[in-house]
Unconditional design. Structure first.
Length: 485
């Protein structure tokens, strides 16, 4: 086809543009089927957006293998029966720059094309990048200043913020030595092979050491835990090679390594607990609050020289090593302050979350009503009346412990409280789905498939990760066996 086109369009002024377009053509019949399935799934999603009560969105931006920026958008919809659906809303290519106004314009054009009912929007969750949350020209600011958008909540991804909190742990003197030792073992092929053979010979718990990758959130914890567990074997191996590191025989450094390993492991476990699909913002708030309380408990224990919650550090204590713990106490105090600061946004909705979780708990009706009214822009007097009416409803009170309690509440009788419950349940707390979508994008558009254009990439991603099932019966009926006839 390319050879024919070279001759056919030889005298055309725009020959290069024509040849580029021809080279981008997908010759496979599977391409048309993927397009058809993607269109069908998109139609189902569009139908649900119009039928749902409320929806929220999460945004994140990344680049593919040929450096084209893509904006991943996922949607979470809640329906009258309180059922929830999460799915890919759009993959929008960003040509040129990726400023806040570029993201805003691409999104605005897409929702106008789909005729999305924006009045149902409750919240937008982002990765907290300046292009997203800039005070004047950030995407969120531009949306807030657009009269087509209703008042909406905005959150910085909980998982990102937790990862940023973990960076306040300042034990550079430990990580510097650990990374240096690991690199010295793994950087040279012969040294690496000898080390793995050494671990096999001593039947060690692990068979190798991982490299440290700073951009990967869980990398530090995995490396430290592996290094801590293999410390005797590492020390012996380095001794045999006459590569001596004084830190490996320093009781204070070993204690610092143990504390850093334990604390990083706890932060990694928190990060993993926050990940996953179908995580509500109320669940995430509860998880973060629980960790903050644990931090306070660990701080109290450290001040009393009690290390039950720090297994590696306790082991160092049992080995009769002497070490100072002032830095450990300071680290816990810094973590507590940083968690309070970074998650201050969630403290605003916490009273509402508490009320919705247990509406019959004895709380200040006026204060709760004010919080709901301020967040969702409703009448405080009407909220007060609904709360009092709800709490005096004997039939509902007898069923207050049921998981589907708010499903039992009649919207005609409690429109604001029912709507508040639906709004909060529609909110995302993180951009986890966007990150997962980028993983799929890297598989679909790899260095072996760089010709995949933006439209086809979006269609492939939708079919690959959607929770909808294409209507195969309808698609088969509309398919022509001989498309050329």
């Amino acid at each position: 086809m390319v050879a024919v086109a070279e001759t056919l369009f030889q005298d055309f002024k725009n020959k290069s543009d024509i040849m580029t377009a021809i080279q981008d053509l997908q010759l496979s019949g599977n391409t048309r089927r993927i397009e058809a399935m993607s269109d069908d799934v998109c139609h189902q999603m569009k139908r649900d957006v119009h039928q749902c009560e409320f929806f929220s969105l999460q945004f994140d931006e990344s680049t593919d293998v040929v450096d084209t920026a893509h904006l991943n958008i996922f949607i979470r919809m809640i329906f009258k029966d309180t059922s929830i659906k999460e799915d890919l809303f759009a993959v929008l290519p960003l040509k040129g720059k990726t400023r806040g106004e570029d993201i805003y314009q691409a999104f605005k054009d897409y929702i106008q094309q789909l005729n999305v009912p924006l009045h149902k929007l409750v919240s937008i969750t982002t990765d907290g990048a300046p292009a997203m949350v800039g005070s004047k020209l950030g995407f969120i600011s531009l949306c807030r200043n657009d009269p087509a958008f209703p008042p909406f909540l905005n959150y910085h991804c909980v998982i990102h913020q937790e990862s940023l909190c973990s960076k306040v742990i300042d034990f550079h003197h430990v990580m510097k030595v650990v990374v240096k030792i690991v690199n010295s073992i793994r950087a040279r092929p012969l040294q690496h092979r000898l080390f793995k053979a050494f671990l096999d010979e001593f039947d060690a718990q692990y068979k190798d050491l991982p490299f440290y990758t700073e951009v990967r959130w869980l990398s530090r914890g995995k490396l430290l835990q592996r290094f801590q567990d293999l410390l005797p074997e590492i020390s012996q191996f380095l001794e045999e090679k006459d590569e001596l590191y004084s830190e490996l025989y320093d009781s204070q450094w070993l204690a610092d390594l143990a504390f850093l390993t334990d604390m990083t492991s706890k932060l990694n476990n928190l990060n993993l607990e926050l990940q996953g699909q179908d995580k509500t913002i109320t669940q995430m708030i509860g998880t973060i609050n629980a960790f903050k309380e644990k931090l306070k408990m660990w701080l109290c224990h450290l001040k009393r020289n009690v290390f039950h919650h720090f297994s590696s550090l306790q082991k160092r204590q049992e080995e009769l090593l002497t070490f100072k713990i002032d830095a450990y106490i300071g680290t816990c105090e810094k973590l507590i302050r940083d968690f309070d600061k970074r998650f201050a946004d969630f403290q605003i909705i916490e009273p509402v979350v508490t009320f919705l979780s247990n509406p019959f708990m004895d709380t200040d009706v006026c204060y709760t009503a004010e919080q709901i009214a301020n967040i969702f822009k409703v009448s405080v007097l009407e909220v007060e009346n609904e709360i009092i009416t709800l709490r005096t409803d004997v039939q509902l009170k007898s069923r207050s412990l049921q998981n589907d309690f708010w499903k039992l509440v009649e919207i005609c009788k409690f429109p604001i409280l029912k709507g508040t419950s639906q709004r909060l349940n529609s909110c995302f707390g993180s951009t986890y789905l966007c990150e997962s979508g980028f993983s799929a994008m890297k598989i679909l558009k790899s260095k072996y498939r760089t010709r995949l254009n933006d439209d086809h990439l979006g269609e492939c991603m939708r079919v690959a990760i959607t929770n909808y099932t294409p209507d195969f019966q309808k698609l088969a009926e509309n398919m022509q066996c001989q498309i050329s006839h």
